[in-house]
Design a protein around this ligand. Structure first.
Ligand SMILES: C[S@@+](CC[C@H](N)C(=O)[O-])C[C@H]1O[C@@H](n2cnc3c(N)ncnc32)[C@H](O)[C@@H]1O
Length: 281
């Protein structure tokens, strides 16, 4: 198989995989936006987003950070939200409409083949999307091409699996209890998480200055809130619909037991590690 055929096949697999999850992402969009707000500030700062800027957001999903950036760039600026999967991007468009946001455009596109002219944008962001492209190298090269000289790109990815409680636990339980391969459909959220992985991509794409920063959080959550249920729904989408009640109960019980092992005092102590790589053209 040629590389081109490989990429097309992987893109198709990714498209189908995310299309299956889109219903859950849409349903949880407002809740997720609040939950992950802490990731937006450092990402927008790393990309140098300013009022009046033309910004491109890759892998926008159901709307963040694109909607937050539309507020930041204001009426003289514009945010173009983009995603490989129409069912996901439809969520961004719906929410922009509901919130009366007028300074946004929407483009279905793989990040590794952007349909924009050279030097079109002042800043470019991508939150939790770069891990899912078959070719992060091409995505970075495209980012560099569409940014004007002096423009900045910032990509936020998950850190290593060992530093993220949710991936350690959810991956293990899905495999052991439900026989679900947690990496189906090219889904490996932590694959760019090692220190230096993003810097290497920026260097290879020819960015002049670039740097990586870790973002670490230690949220304490209530076991009784069953906080893993929305996570599971996002993660395995349609699989849940075909599970019997007994199968789902087993999975749910196993998740609770696994998180109980992390209880410290009256809360579950979680660890989260994300990383931002940013560079200037
Ligand atoms: C975890 S979601 C992140 C969405 C949003 N940025 C956020 O942080 O909530 C990952 C998104 O990447 C998109 N995606 C996957 N592969 C892609 C590709 N090759 N090009 C563009 N988007 C892609 C998926 O459709 C999905 O919407």
């Amino acid at each position: 198989m040629t590389n081109e055929t490989d990429t097309a096949k992987q893109q198709q697999e990714t498209r189908e995989n995310w299309a299956l999850r889109a219903g859950q992402w849409n349903a949880q969009a407002d809740h997720l936006a609040k939950l992950a707000r802490g990731l937006n500030e450092p990402l927008m700062a790393a990309a140098g987003v300013q009022p009046g800027h033309q910004v491109l957001d890759l892998a926008s999903g159901v709307g963040e950070p694109a909607l937050s950036m539309a507020a930041l760039v204001g009426p003289d600026g514009k945010v173009t939200a983009s995603d490989l999967v129409p069912e996901m991007l439809a969520g961004t468009e719906r929410r922009a409409r509901e919130q009366g946001v007028a300074n946004m455009a929407f483009q279905v596109t793989p990040m590794e083949e952007l349909p924009f002219a050279d030097d079109s944008f002042d800043a470019l962001t991508c939150r939790l999307g770069l891990m899912y492209t078959p070719s992060p190298e091409r995505a970075l090269a495209q980012a560099r091409r569409v940014l004007r000289p002096g423009g900045r790109a910032a990509f936020l990815v998950w850190g290593p699996k060992a530093d993220n409680s949710q991936f350690i636990i959810v991956d293990r339980i899905l495999q052991e209890v439900a026989g679900i391969d947690p990496h189906e459909g090219a889904f490996t959220p932590t694959r760019l998480g090692e220190d230096g992985a993003l810097n290497q991509l920026f260097a290879a794409a020819g960015f002049t200055e670039f740097e990586e920063q870790p973002l670490r959080f230690s949220p304490r959550v209530d076991l009784e809130s069953n906080f893993w249920r929305p996570q599971l729904a996002l993660r395995i989408g349609d699989n849940l619909k075909t599970m019997s009640e007994t199968e789902y109960q087993r999975l749910d019980d196993a998740m609770r037991d696994a998180y109980r092992d992390l209880v410290d005092g009256d809360r579950v102590q979680l660890q989260v590690h994300a990383r931002i790589g940013a560079g200037t053209v």
